[in-house]
Ligand binder design. Sequence first.
Ligand code: ADP
Length: 478
Amino acid sequence: MVQRVFSTQLESILYSVNQYSENVVHQWRQSLDQPVAPDGDVEKGLVNNLFQNNRSVLAIRFLDLASHQVEAEYFNNNKAIHIDEWPSTAEIQKLQDYLKSNYQRVDTKMMTDSTLMLYFLSKNREGEHVCQLVINPRTFVLQTMSPQIQQIAQNLFFISISDSTSGSVVYSTEDNTELTGKVEKEKMWYIPGYELGIRLKAKTLEELASERTQRDNYMLIGLTIVVLLGLYFVIWNIRKEMKLAELKSEFVSNVSHEIRTPLALISMYAETLLLKRVKTEAKQEEYLHTIHQESGRLTDIVNRILNFSRLEKNRLKYQFSVINLGELVPEIMTSMKSHLEAAQVECRFSSQVDQALVYADSDVVKTMLVNLVDNAIKYSAEKDKKIGIRLVKKTKSVWVEVEDNGIGISPKNQKHVFEQFFRVTEGNLAHKAKGSGLGLNLVKRMMKAHGGSVALRSKLGEGSTFILKFPVKKQNHA
Ligand code: ADP
Protein backbone atom coordinates (compact mmCIF):
# COMPACT_ATOMS: atom_id res chain seq x y z
CA MET A 1 0.00 0.00 0.00
CA VAL A 2 2.68 2.46 1.09
CA GLN A 3 4.79 1.26 -1.82
CA ARG A 4 1.93 1.99 -4.21
CA VAL A 5 1.32 5.47 -2.86
CA PHE A 6 5.04 6.15 -3.03
CA SER A 7 5.30 4.90 -6.64
CA THR A 8 2.35 7.08 -7.60
CA GLN A 9 4.12 10.05 -6.12
CA LEU A 10 7.29 9.34 -8.06
CA GLU A 11 5.23 8.85 -11.23
CA SER A 12 3.59 12.22 -10.74
CA ILE A 13 7.05 13.82 -10.43
CA LEU A 14 8.04 12.26 -13.76
CA TYR A 15 4.73 13.40 -15.18
CA SER A 16 5.63 16.97 -14.24
CA VAL A 17 8.97 16.60 -16.08
CA ASN A 18 7.11 15.45 -19.20
CA GLN A 19 4.59 18.22 -18.72
CA TYR A 20 7.44 20.70 -18.75
CA SER A 21 8.69 19.36 -22.11
CA GLU A 22 5.17 19.71 -23.45
CA ASN A 23 5.03 23.33 -22.31
CA VAL A 24 8.30 24.06 -24.11
CA VAL A 25 7.16 22.39 -27.33
CA HIS A 26 3.83 24.24 -27.30
CA GLN A 27 5.56 27.54 -26.66
CA TRP A 28 7.62 26.89 -29.80
CA ARG A 29 4.45 26.03 -31.67
CA GLN A 30 2.77 29.23 -30.53
CA SER A 31 5.74 31.39 -31.44
CA LEU A 32 5.89 29.90 -34.94
CA ASP A 33 2.20 29.67 -35.82
CA GLN A 34 1.59 33.35 -36.51
CA PRO A 35 -0.52 34.98 -39.27
CA VAL A 36 2.51 36.09 -41.24
CA ALA A 37 3.58 35.68 -44.86
CA PRO A 38 5.59 32.53 -45.58
CA ASP A 39 9.29 33.14 -46.00
CA GLY A 40 8.79 36.82 -45.17
CA ASP A 41 10.94 38.96 -42.85
CA VAL A 42 8.60 38.61 -39.90
CA GLU A 43 8.69 34.84 -40.14
CA LYS A 44 12.49 34.93 -40.42
CA GLY A 45 12.60 37.06 -37.29
CA LEU A 46 10.41 34.60 -35.38
CA VAL A 47 12.47 31.64 -36.48
CA ASN A 48 15.78 33.32 -35.70
CA ASN A 49 14.56 34.24 -32.27
CA LEU A 50 13.69 30.61 -31.56
CA PHE A 51 17.04 29.40 -32.97
CA GLN A 52 18.95 31.81 -30.76
CA ASN A 53 17.28 30.69 -27.59
CA ASN A 54 17.26 26.99 -28.38
CA ARG A 55 20.40 25.35 -29.62
CA SER A 56 18.59 22.03 -29.79
CA VAL A 57 16.41 23.23 -32.69
CA LEU A 58 18.45 22.48 -35.79
CA ALA A 59 16.02 23.34 -38.55
CA ILE A 60 12.50 24.61 -39.17
CA ARG A 61 10.44 23.95 -42.34
CA PHE A 62 7.05 25.14 -43.46
CA LEU A 63 5.24 22.80 -45.88
CA ASP A 64 2.23 23.53 -48.07
CA LEU A 65 0.11 20.38 -48.07
CA ALA A 66 -2.04 21.34 -51.11
CA SER A 67 0.88 21.96 -53.45
CA HIS A 68 3.17 19.54 -51.64
CA GLN A 69 5.83 22.27 -51.67
CA VAL A 70 8.37 23.38 -49.10
CA GLU A 71 7.34 27.00 -48.47
CA ALA A 72 10.33 27.95 -46.39
CA GLU A 73 13.31 26.21 -44.83
CA TYR A 74 15.56 27.62 -42.08
CA PHE A 75 18.70 26.23 -40.42
CA ASN A 76 20.12 27.13 -37.02
CA ASN A 77 23.48 28.89 -37.46
CA ASN A 78 23.01 28.34 -41.19
CA LYS A 79 24.15 24.74 -40.79
CA ALA A 80 22.17 23.06 -43.54
CA ILE A 81 20.99 19.53 -42.99
CA HIS A 82 19.29 17.27 -45.41
CA ILE A 83 15.63 16.67 -44.58
CA ASP A 84 13.39 14.59 -46.68
CA GLU A 85 10.85 13.54 -44.07
CA TRP A 86 7.30 14.41 -45.00
CA PRO A 87 4.44 13.50 -42.66
CA SER A 88 2.30 10.71 -44.09
CA THR A 89 -1.33 11.25 -45.09
CA ALA A 90 -2.46 9.25 -42.06
CA GLU A 91 -0.34 11.38 -39.76
CA ILE A 92 -1.72 14.56 -41.29
CA GLN A 93 -5.24 13.21 -40.99
CA LYS A 94 -4.71 12.52 -37.31
CA LEU A 95 -3.54 16.08 -36.68
CA GLN A 96 -6.46 17.46 -38.64
CA ASP A 97 -8.93 15.45 -36.57
CA TYR A 98 -7.41 16.94 -33.43
CA LEU A 99 -7.53 20.41 -34.93
CA LYS A 100 -11.23 20.00 -35.66
CA SER A 101 -11.71 19.37 -31.95
CA ASN A 102 -9.78 22.59 -31.42
CA TYR A 103 -6.59 20.95 -30.19
CA GLN A 104 -3.41 21.78 -32.00
CA ARG A 105 -1.42 18.64 -31.45
CA VAL A 106 2.35 18.46 -31.88
CA ASP A 107 3.50 15.04 -33.03
CA THR A 108 6.96 13.62 -32.89
CA LYS A 109 9.05 11.03 -34.62
CA MET A 110 12.69 10.03 -34.67
CA MET A 111 14.48 10.74 -37.90
CA THR A 112 17.95 9.48 -37.14
CA ASP A 113 19.71 8.61 -33.88
CA SER A 114 20.52 12.23 -33.31
CA THR A 115 17.60 14.00 -34.96
CA LEU A 116 13.99 14.15 -34.06
CA MET A 117 11.15 15.75 -35.90
CA LEU A 118 8.32 17.65 -34.24
CA TYR A 119 5.46 18.71 -36.52
CA PHE A 120 2.12 20.38 -36.22
CA LEU A 121 -0.56 21.88 -38.43
CA SER A 122 -0.75 25.63 -38.66
CA LYS A 123 -3.99 26.88 -37.19
CA ASN A 124 -3.57 30.22 -38.88
CA ARG A 125 -3.50 28.57 -42.27
CA GLU A 126 -6.54 26.39 -41.69
CA GLY A 127 -4.59 23.19 -41.16
CA GLU A 128 -3.31 23.15 -44.72
CA HIS A 129 0.24 23.89 -43.81
CA VAL A 130 2.64 21.89 -41.69
CA CYS A 131 5.45 23.25 -39.59
CA GLN A 132 8.38 20.90 -38.98
CA LEU A 133 11.06 21.36 -36.37
CA VAL A 134 14.14 19.21 -36.45
CA ILE A 135 15.76 18.97 -33.04
CA ASN A 136 18.69 17.25 -31.44
CA PRO A 137 17.12 15.29 -28.56
CA ARG A 138 20.35 15.14 -26.57
CA THR A 139 20.82 18.91 -26.68
CA PHE A 140 17.13 19.36 -25.91
CA VAL A 141 17.55 17.29 -22.74
CA LEU A 142 20.83 18.85 -21.69
CA GLN A 143 20.04 22.46 -22.50
CA THR A 144 16.31 22.86 -22.13
CA MET A 145 15.21 20.17 -19.70
CA SER A 146 18.12 19.87 -17.26
CA PRO A 147 17.62 23.11 -15.25
CA GLN A 148 13.99 22.24 -14.66
CA ILE A 149 14.85 18.65 -13.73
CA GLN A 150 17.46 19.86 -11.25
CA GLN A 151 14.86 22.08 -9.67
CA ILE A 152 12.31 19.28 -9.42
CA ALA A 153 14.84 16.79 -8.03
CA GLN A 154 16.26 19.20 -5.44
CA ASN A 155 18.17 17.22 -2.86
CA LEU A 156 15.52 14.59 -2.50
CA PHE A 157 15.60 12.59 -5.73
CA PHE A 158 17.88 11.38 -8.45
CA ILE A 159 16.36 11.83 -11.88
CA SER A 160 17.91 10.48 -15.05
CA ILE A 161 17.12 10.38 -18.75
CA SER A 162 18.44 7.47 -20.72
CA ASP A 163 18.23 6.26 -24.28
CA SER A 164 16.49 2.91 -23.99
CA THR A 165 17.61 1.75 -27.43
CA SER A 166 21.32 2.27 -26.84
CA GLY A 167 21.02 1.91 -23.06
CA SER A 168 23.20 4.98 -22.49
CA VAL A 169 22.51 7.65 -19.90
CA VAL A 170 21.81 10.99 -21.56
CA TYR A 171 21.46 13.01 -18.42
CA SER A 172 21.37 12.35 -14.70
CA THR A 173 21.24 14.58 -11.65
CA GLU A 174 23.74 12.14 -10.16
CA ASP A 175 26.97 12.63 -12.10
CA ASN A 176 25.58 11.20 -15.30
CA THR A 177 25.55 7.69 -13.92
CA GLU A 178 22.81 5.17 -14.27
CA LEU A 179 20.38 4.97 -11.39
CA THR A 180 20.46 1.80 -9.35
CA GLY A 181 18.12 0.45 -6.70
CA LYS A 182 14.39 1.00 -6.71
CA VAL A 183 13.88 3.15 -9.79
CA GLU A 184 10.54 4.32 -11.16
CA LYS A 185 10.51 4.72 -14.97
CA GLU A 186 8.39 6.61 -17.47
CA LYS A 187 8.68 7.20 -21.23
CA MET A 188 9.40 10.71 -22.44
CA TRP A 189 6.42 12.06 -24.33
CA TYR A 190 8.33 13.95 -27.00
CA ILE A 191 11.45 11.87 -27.44
CA PRO A 192 10.64 8.34 -28.54
CA GLY A 193 13.07 5.87 -27.04
CA TYR A 194 14.07 8.17 -24.20
CA GLU A 195 13.16 7.14 -20.71
CA LEU A 196 12.89 9.09 -17.48
CA GLY A 197 13.99 7.43 -14.23
CA ILE A 198 13.60 8.56 -10.65
CA ARG A 199 14.53 7.28 -7.24
CA LEU A 200 14.79 8.68 -3.75
CA LYS A 201 18.18 10.00 -2.79
CA ALA A 202 20.14 8.21 -0.07
CA LYS A 203 17.33 6.09 1.31
CA THR A 204 15.12 3.29 0.20
CA LEU A 205 11.43 3.35 0.94
CA GLU A 206 11.95 0.67 3.59
CA GLU A 207 14.57 2.79 5.31
CA LEU A 208 12.30 5.80 5.14
CA ALA A 209 9.37 3.83 6.50
CA SER A 210 11.39 2.38 9.36
CA GLU A 211 12.82 5.80 10.14
CA ARG A 212 9.32 7.19 10.18
CA THR A 213 8.07 4.35 12.37
CA GLN A 214 10.96 4.92 14.72
CA ARG A 215 10.21 8.64 14.89
CA ASP A 216 6.53 7.91 15.47
CA ASN A 217 7.45 5.47 18.20
CA TYR A 218 9.65 8.01 19.93
CA MET A 219 6.89 10.56 19.69
CA LEU A 220 4.41 8.06 21.09
CA ILE A 221 6.73 7.23 23.98
CA GLY A 222 7.29 10.95 24.59
CA LEU A 223 3.58 11.65 24.51
CA THR A 224 2.84 8.74 26.82
CA ILE A 225 5.43 10.02 29.28
CA VAL A 226 3.92 13.51 29.15
CA VAL A 227 0.41 12.15 29.65
CA LEU A 228 1.55 9.91 32.53
CA LEU A 229 3.43 12.78 34.13
CA GLY A 230 0.36 14.98 33.74
CA LEU A 231 -1.79 12.28 35.28
CA TYR A 232 0.65 11.80 38.12
CA PHE A 233 0.65 15.54 38.70
CA VAL A 234 -3.14 15.75 38.71
CA ILE A 235 -3.44 12.83 41.14
CA TRP A 236 -0.68 14.26 43.30
CA ASN A 237 -2.45 17.62 43.39
CA ILE A 238 -5.82 16.10 44.14
CA ARG A 239 -4.32 14.06 46.96
CA LYS A 240 -2.57 17.14 48.30
CA GLU A 241 -5.78 19.14 48.18
CA MET A 242 -7.71 16.32 49.85
CA LYS A 243 -5.10 16.05 52.57
CA LEU A 244 -5.21 19.82 53.08
CA ALA A 245 -9.00 19.83 53.23
CA GLU A 246 -8.83 17.05 55.81
CA LEU A 247 -6.19 18.90 57.82
CA LYS A 248 -8.21 22.13 57.64
CA SER A 249 -11.32 20.47 59.00
CA GLU A 250 -9.22 18.90 61.80
CA PHE A 251 -7.77 22.35 62.42
CA VAL A 252 -11.25 23.87 62.90
CA SER A 253 -12.22 21.19 65.36
CA ASN A 254 -8.85 21.44 67.19
CA VAL A 255 -9.04 25.21 67.49
CA SER A 256 -12.67 25.12 68.63
CA HIS A 257 -11.65 22.59 71.21
CA GLU A 258 -8.68 24.70 72.30
CA ILE A 259 -10.83 27.80 72.63
CA ARG A 260 -13.67 26.07 74.39
CA THR A 261 -11.68 25.05 77.48
CA PRO A 262 -10.36 28.50 78.46
CA LEU A 263 -13.73 30.07 77.59
CA ALA A 264 -15.57 27.58 79.81
CA LEU A 265 -13.13 28.18 82.68
CA ILE A 266 -13.34 31.97 82.35
CA SER A 267 -17.11 31.94 82.19
CA MET A 268 -17.42 29.50 85.14
CA TYR A 269 -15.02 31.38 87.44
CA ALA A 270 -16.40 34.79 86.48
CA GLU A 271 -19.94 33.61 87.25
CA THR A 272 -18.87 32.16 90.60
CA LEU A 273 -17.19 35.45 91.49
CA LEU A 274 -20.22 37.49 90.36
CA LEU A 275 -22.56 35.41 92.50
CA LYS A 276 -20.15 36.03 95.37
CA ARG A 277 -20.01 32.37 96.15
CA VAL A 278 -16.30 32.49 96.91
CA LYS A 279 -15.73 32.91 100.56
CA THR A 280 -12.02 33.38 101.10
CA GLU A 281 -9.87 36.04 99.54
CA ALA A 282 -7.24 33.48 98.62
CA LYS A 283 -9.79 31.50 96.66
CA GLN A 284 -10.97 34.72 94.95
CA GLU A 285 -7.42 35.50 93.94
CA GLU A 286 -6.93 31.98 92.61
CA TYR A 287 -10.07 32.31 90.46
CA LEU A 288 -9.00 35.69 89.14
CA HIS A 289 -5.57 34.31 88.41
CA THR A 290 -7.09 31.46 86.41
CA ILE A 291 -9.29 33.90 84.48
CA HIS A 292 -6.20 35.97 83.70
CA GLN A 293 -4.17 32.94 82.67
CA GLU A 294 -6.92 31.47 80.48
CA SER A 295 -7.60 34.79 78.74
CA GLY A 296 -3.84 34.91 78.06
CA ARG A 297 -4.10 31.49 76.47
CA LEU A 298 -7.03 32.66 74.36
CA THR A 299 -5.02 35.69 73.22
CA ASP A 300 -2.15 33.40 72.25
CA ILE A 301 -4.40 31.19 70.17
CA VAL A 302 -6.04 34.14 68.44
CA ASN A 303 -2.65 35.76 67.81
CA ARG A 304 -1.30 32.60 66.29
CA ILE A 305 -4.27 32.34 63.93
CA LEU A 306 -4.00 36.04 63.06
CA ASN A 307 -0.28 35.70 62.39
CA PHE A 308 -0.91 32.71 60.22
CA SER A 309 -3.59 34.51 58.25
CA ARG A 310 -1.31 37.54 57.81
CA LEU A 311 1.50 35.30 56.63
CA GLU A 312 -0.86 33.59 54.20
CA LYS A 313 -1.80 36.93 52.71
CA ASN A 314 1.77 38.23 52.90
CA ARG A 315 0.57 40.97 55.17
CA LEU A 316 2.84 40.35 58.11
CA LYS A 317 5.14 43.35 58.28
CA TYR A 318 8.54 42.73 59.83
CA GLN A 319 10.42 45.38 61.76
CA PHE A 320 14.00 44.30 61.20
CA SER A 321 16.83 45.75 63.24
CA VAL A 322 20.16 44.59 64.55
CA ILE A 323 19.52 42.72 67.74
CA ASN A 324 21.73 40.87 70.16
CA LEU A 325 20.32 37.41 70.69
CA GLY A 326 22.65 37.10 73.68
CA GLU A 327 20.39 39.64 75.39
CA LEU A 328 17.05 39.03 73.74
CA VAL A 329 16.79 35.28 74.45
CA PRO A 330 17.33 35.60 78.24
CA GLU A 331 14.83 38.50 78.24
CA ILE A 332 12.19 36.37 76.58
CA MET A 333 12.88 33.59 79.06
CA THR A 334 12.40 35.99 81.95
CA SER A 335 9.06 37.08 80.50
CA MET A 336 7.99 33.44 80.43
CA LYS A 337 9.17 32.74 83.95
CA SER A 338 5.75 32.43 85.61
CA HIS A 339 4.48 30.33 82.74
CA LEU A 340 7.43 27.97 83.06
CA GLU A 341 7.02 27.77 86.81
CA ALA A 342 3.34 26.98 86.50
CA ALA A 343 4.20 24.17 84.14
CA GLN A 344 6.87 22.97 86.55
CA VAL A 345 9.58 23.01 83.97
CA GLU A 346 13.23 23.36 84.62
CA CYS A 347 14.50 25.72 81.96
CA ARG A 348 18.18 26.53 81.49
CA PHE A 349 19.88 28.96 79.22
CA SER A 350 23.46 28.63 78.12
CA SER A 351 25.53 30.58 75.68
CA GLN A 352 29.05 30.39 74.31
CA VAL A 353 29.04 34.11 73.69
CA ASP A 354 27.66 37.31 75.17
CA GLN A 355 27.07 38.93 71.88
CA ALA A 356 25.36 37.36 68.91
CA LEU A 357 24.21 40.05 66.55
CA VAL A 358 21.60 39.24 63.95
CA TYR A 359 19.29 41.23 61.76
CA ALA A 360 15.82 40.33 63.02
CA ASP A 361 12.38 41.37 64.23
CA SER A 362 12.52 41.01 68.02
CA ASP A 363 8.74 40.50 68.42
CA VAL A 364 8.78 37.77 65.83
CA VAL A 365 11.80 36.13 67.50
CA LYS A 366 9.80 36.15 70.72
CA THR A 367 6.75 34.61 69.01
CA MET A 368 8.93 31.83 67.59
CA LEU A 369 10.71 31.10 70.84
CA VAL A 370 7.49 31.10 72.86
CA ASN A 371 6.03 28.70 70.32
CA LEU A 372 8.96 26.30 70.64
CA VAL A 373 9.05 26.49 74.43
CA ASP A 374 5.25 25.98 74.59
CA ASN A 375 5.58 22.90 72.41
CA ALA A 376 8.46 21.63 74.58
CA ILE A 377 6.17 21.92 77.60
CA LYS A 378 3.13 20.47 75.83
CA TYR A 379 4.91 17.47 74.41
CA SER A 380 6.80 16.42 77.55
CA ALA A 381 5.74 13.99 80.23
CA GLU A 382 4.21 15.39 83.41
CA LYS A 383 7.32 14.93 85.54
CA ASP A 384 10.93 16.10 85.26
CA LYS A 385 10.34 18.41 82.36
CA LYS A 386 13.62 19.91 81.29
CA ILE A 387 14.14 22.52 78.63
CA GLY A 388 17.54 23.69 77.55
CA ILE A 389 17.95 26.84 75.49
CA ARG A 390 21.34 27.35 73.94
CA LEU A 391 22.90 30.05 71.88
CA VAL A 392 25.54 28.69 69.52
CA LYS A 393 27.67 30.83 67.28
CA LYS A 394 28.72 29.32 63.97
CA THR A 395 30.89 30.95 61.30
CA LYS A 396 28.03 32.16 59.18
CA SER A 397 25.05 31.83 61.51
CA VAL A 398 23.79 32.02 65.04
CA TRP A 399 21.74 29.11 66.30
CA VAL A 400 19.08 29.23 69.01
CA GLU A 401 18.47 25.67 70.12
CA VAL A 402 15.42 24.62 72.17
CA GLU A 403 15.88 21.15 73.59
CA ASP A 404 13.39 19.11 75.56
CA ASN A 405 13.30 15.65 77.09
CA GLY A 406 9.76 15.08 75.84
CA ILE A 407 8.07 12.45 73.75
CA GLY A 408 10.17 13.06 70.65
CA ILE A 409 9.07 12.77 67.05
CA SER A 410 9.37 9.72 64.80
CA PRO A 411 11.51 10.12 61.64
CA LYS A 412 8.36 9.70 59.52
CA ASN A 413 6.61 12.61 61.26
CA GLN A 414 9.74 14.78 61.39
CA LYS A 415 9.27 15.27 57.64
CA HIS A 416 5.81 16.75 58.16
CA VAL A 417 5.80 18.71 61.41
CA PHE A 418 6.54 21.99 59.63
CA GLU A 419 3.58 21.62 57.26
CA GLN A 420 0.54 23.73 57.95
CA PHE A 421 -2.22 22.08 60.05
CA PHE A 422 -0.09 18.97 60.56
CA ARG A 423 -0.37 17.33 63.96
CA VAL A 424 0.98 14.03 65.17
CA THR A 425 -1.95 11.83 66.03
CA GLU A 426 -0.30 8.65 67.26
CA GLY A 427 0.82 8.40 70.89
CA ASN A 428 -1.22 9.25 73.91
CA LEU A 429 0.25 12.59 74.82
CA ALA A 430 0.52 13.93 71.30
CA HIS A 431 -3.09 13.02 70.77
CA LYS A 432 -4.30 14.61 74.00
CA ALA A 433 -2.33 17.87 73.72
CA LYS A 434 -4.34 20.69 72.25
CA GLY A 435 -3.09 22.53 69.25
CA SER A 436 -3.81 23.91 65.84
CA GLY A 437 -0.93 22.53 63.77
CA LEU A 438 0.10 26.06 62.84
CA GLY A 439 2.89 26.85 65.30
CA LEU A 440 5.83 25.14 63.57
CA ASN A 441 4.65 26.20 60.13
CA LEU A 442 4.64 29.80 61.39
CA VAL A 443 8.16 29.36 62.76
CA LYS A 444 9.36 27.96 59.45
CA ARG A 445 7.92 30.85 57.44
CA MET A 446 9.17 33.45 59.89
CA MET A 447 12.70 32.03 59.80
CA LYS A 448 12.57 32.10 56.01
CA ALA A 449 11.65 35.78 56.14
CA HIS A 450 14.75 36.26 58.29
CA GLY A 451 16.86 34.63 55.59
CA GLY A 452 17.40 31.68 57.90
CA SER A 453 15.82 28.30 58.56
CA VAL A 454 14.57 25.97 61.25
CA ALA A 455 15.90 22.47 61.79
CA LEU A 456 14.90 19.55 63.95
CA ARG A 457 16.79 16.79 65.69
CA SER A 458 14.62 14.32 67.50
CA LYS A 459 14.44 10.76 68.75
CA LEU A 460 11.14 9.16 69.60
CA GLY A 461 10.79 8.74 73.34
CA GLU A 462 13.92 10.74 74.14
CA GLY A 463 13.22 14.32 73.20
CA SER A 464 13.52 16.93 70.51
CA THR A 465 15.74 19.87 69.67
CA PHE A 466 14.44 22.63 67.42
CA ILE A 467 17.12 24.91 66.02
CA LEU A 468 16.50 28.43 64.75
CA LYS A 469 19.34 29.33 62.40
CA PHE A 470 19.82 33.06 61.89
CA PRO A 471 22.29 34.23 59.26
CA VAL A 472 25.02 36.30 60.81
CA LYS A 473 25.93 38.36 57.79
CA LYS A 474 22.52 40.07 57.82
CA GLN A 475 23.77 42.39 60.56
CA ASN A 476 25.45 44.36 57.77
CA HIS A 477 22.02 45.67 56.87
CA ALA A 478 22.03 47.86 59.96
P1 ADP B 1 0.44 22.25 67.55
O1 ADP B 1 -0.45 23.40 67.65
O2 ADP B 1 -0.25 20.97 67.24
O3 ADP B 1 1.43 22.12 68.62
P2 ADP B 1 2.76 22.75 65.89
O4 ADP B 1 2.85 23.18 64.48
O5 ADP B 1 3.39 23.60 66.90
O6 ADP B 1 1.23 22.52 66.18
O7 ADP B 1 3.40 21.34 65.98
C1 ADP B 1 3.06 20.33 65.02
C2 ADP B 1 3.18 18.95 65.62
O8 ADP B 1 4.54 18.66 65.86
C3 ADP B 1 2.53 18.84 66.96
O9 ADP B 1 1.18 18.48 66.81
C4 ADP B 1 3.36 17.76 67.65
O10 ADP B 1 2.83 16.49 67.36
C5 ADP B 1 4.70 17.88 67.06
N1 ADP B 1 5.62 18.60 67.96
C6 ADP B 1 5.91 19.91 67.94
N2 ADP B 1 6.83 20.22 68.88
C7 ADP B 1 7.13 19.05 69.50
C8 ADP B 1 8.03 18.70 70.56
N3 ADP B 1 8.80 19.61 71.16
N4 ADP B 1 8.07 17.40 70.93
C9 ADP B 1 7.32 16.49 70.29
N5 ADP B 1 6.45 16.75 69.32
C10 ADP B 1 6.37 18.03 68.90
